[in-house]
Design a binder for this molecule. Structure first.
Ligand SMILES: [Zn+2]
Ligand SMILES: [Zn+2]
Length: 337
C-alpha cells in the first residue's frame, strides 16, 4: 500500500510502501477516494512527530475490507466517510457520538491509526456514515472540515438575525461562514490579510470582507455596520487575536475560538468581564454534526464547492504539501489517491 509518510520536522513527506491495514472487530478498511489536506497537518509537520506517521483525517472512500461484527451492517464497495477517531463503541461518549472523549480512543492520522494520505485507511464502523449516491467523493471528504465549522457555530448559539464576524478565511473560516448563513445569520463579515481568501469569502456569501493588514478590523467594521457583531469566530490561532475580539464584541457577545494557537497568548480580561462576554473553545465535532452536514449537502442546502481549489494525485502530495506552508490562493486541496 502506498502512502505519503512523515520523514521528520520540516522535511517533505515521501511516498513509501506501508503495511496493509487489517480491520479488527467493528472496524472497516476503506480504499481512499478523496482526502483533504488540513492546516493542522501542516502545523503538526513542523513538530517532532514520529517518523513513519501517515497523516490525513478528512476523507471518504469505499469499503475494501470488513472486520468481524461489521458485516451485518456494511457491504464491500459501499462509499462512506468517517470521523477520524476510533472509539470503543460502548462507553457513554461513544454512544453520544463523541468518540474523541472515549478513554480508549485512537485518533486517525495524528495518532496510532494511520491516516488517509494513503491508498487505504482504517476506520471504526460506529464512526462511519454512508455517502448517498448524490454526494461525490470530494464532497464526502469535505464533511469533516464542514463539521468543524458547524460545531463552532453550535457553540456560538447563533440566533437567527445575529451579525457574525469570522476572523480568518482558511477552510475553517469558510466553513464557519457557510454555516452562519445556513443557520440564519443576518450578515457575515470575514477578515483575512490574503486577497484571494477574501475573494473566496465573498463568493461563499460574506456580506463584507476586511483586510486586517490595511485597517484595524474594529474601525473598518464600524464604518460599514452600525452595531457590533453578536458572534465572533476566531479561526486563525494567532497570539493577540483573542484579545482583539474582546474589544470587537458587544455586551453579551459570544466568542468562539476554533483556531489553534501554539504560542502563549496573555489576555487582559477586564473588558470581557464588563461586557459580560461568553467565551468558548472548541475542537472536533460529534457524529451528529457529520450527519447534519451530510444531510444538508445532500439536500443542496449548502454549497462548499468553492472551497475546493485543486484535486491532486498521491504522487503530487509531498510537493503540494510543502507549497501549502505558504498558501497563496489555495483553500482546500483534495488528494485522490
Ligand atoms: Zn482537519
Ligand atoms: Zn468509547
Amino acid at each position: 500500500v502506498r502512502a505519503a509518510v512523515f520523514q521528520g520536522p520540516g522535511q517533505p513527506l515521501a511516498i513509501e510502501q506501508v503495511s496493509d491495514p487489517t480491520p479488527g472487530p467493528g472496524e472497516l478498511v476503506l480504499r481512499v477516494r478523496a482526502c483533504g489536506i488540513c492546516g493542522t497537518d501542516l502545523h503538526m509537520s513542523r513538530l517532532a512527530l514520529p517518523r513513519g506517521l501517515v497523516m490525513g483525517h478528512e476523507f471518504a472512500g469505499e469499503i475494501a475490507a470488513l472486520g468481524r461484527d461489521a458485516a451485518a451492517h456494511w457491504k464491500l464497495g459501499e462509499r462512506v466517510c468517517a470521523l477520524p477517531v476510533i472509539g470503543c463503541a460502548a462507553c457513554l461518549p461513544c454512544l453520544a457520538g463523541e468518540p474523541q472523549y472515549c478513554a480508549q480512543m485512537r485518533a486517525t492520522g495524528l495518532g496510532p491509526v494511520g491516516g488517509a494520505y494513503a491508498e487505504y485507511v482504517l476506520v471504526g464502523a460506529a464512526e462511519s456514515l454512508r455517502l448517498p449516491e448524490a454526494l461525490s467523493d470530494v464532497q464526502g471528504a469535505l464533511i469533516e472540515p464542514l463539521a468543524v465549522g458547524l460545531h463552532a457555530l453550535r457553540a456560538a448559539e447563533l440566533r437567527p438575525g445575529d451579525d457574525v464576524l469570522v476572523l480568518g478565511a482558511g477552510p475553517v473560516g469558510i466553513a464557519a461562514l457557510l454555516w452562519a448563513r445556513h443557520l440564519g445569520a443576518r450578515r457575515v463579515a470575514v477578515s483575512d490579510p490574503l486577497e484571494p481568501r477574501r475573494a473566496l469569502a465573498q463568493r461563499c456569501g460574506a456580506e463584507l470582507t476586511l483586510d486586517p493588514g490595511a485597517e484595524e478590523v474594529g474601525a473598518a467594521l464600524s464604518r460599514h455596520w452600525s452595531g457590533a457583531p453578536e458572534v465572533i469566530l476566531e479561526c486563525v490561532g494567532a497570539p493577540g487575536l483573542l484579545q482583539q475580539t474582546f474589544a470587537l464584541a458587544p455586551v453579551r457577545g459570544r466568542i468562539v475560538v476554533v483556531g489553534v494557537c501554539l504560542k502563549p497568548d496573555p489576555l487582559e480580561t477586564g473588558v470581557a468581564l464588563t461586557k459580560d462576554l461568553s467565551l468558548r473553545f472548541v475542537s472536533y465535532y460529534s457524529r451528529g454534526d457529520f450527519a447534519y452536514a451530510l444531510a444538508m449537502l445532500e439536500a443542496r442546502r449548502l454549497d462548499p464547492s468553492p472551497m475546493v481549489s485543486e484535486v491532486i494525485g498521491l504522487d503530487q502530495l509531498p510537493a503540494t504539501f510543502e507549497a501549502l506552508h505558504h498558501p497563496t490562493d489555495q483553500c482546500k486541496v483534495i488528494v485522490a489517491p
